[in-house]
Design a protein around this ligand. Structure first.
Ligand code: ZN
Ligand code: ZN
Length: 142
């Protein structure tokens, strides 16, 4: 797997560094995690990495398109390694759990605007809000 992450970094002309590899590996195993979780996961492997170093890596990987940053309203920024497929997210209003939802159409912008106002629209940001199975079960139990 490490060599696959090295190839991804090289493909976007980013230098291969251990923190970058560790962040990619963490996001490959854990989707939609916040910055603190990424830091904890990376430090489990590289104990001496600073917060700032992880922030910098996340920014570089996001700018390069290897990592996607999402920020549903009312939550902190989350990161994931699943990029380039225009998938959407469903967010639990109760506990904040996030899951992937495949693009409804299969390609961006997914939704056709009723009036594009003359804009060339290339993306629609869709967030589905609801109640996750765990929270739904808990509600029934109460
Ligand atoms: Zn929930
Ligand atoms: Zn996702």
């Amino acid at each position: 797997m490490a060599s696959e992450f090295e190839a991804r970094l090289r493909a976007v002309s980013l230098r291969v560094t251990r923190p970058r590899l560790a962040v990619l590996a963490a996001l490959h195993d854990h989707a939609h995690v916040d910055t603190d979780t990424v830091i904890a996961l990376v430090r489990a492997e590289l104990p001496r990495v600073s917060h700032q170093a992880v922030y910098d890596v996340l920014r570089a990987l996001t700018d390069a398109g290897l990592v996607r940053r999402i920020e549903p309203a009312g939550t902190s920024a989350r990161y994931e390694a699943r990029v380039g497929d225009n998938h959407h997210h469903v967010v639990c209003r109760s506990c904040g759990a996030i899951a992937d939802v495949d693009c409804a159409v299969g390609h961006a912008p997914c939704l056709t605007a009723s009036d594009d106002q003359g804009f060339m629209i290339d993306e629609a940001e869709v967030v589905y809000w609801g109640t996750c199975p765990d929270c739904a079960t808990r509600r029934i139990d109460q």
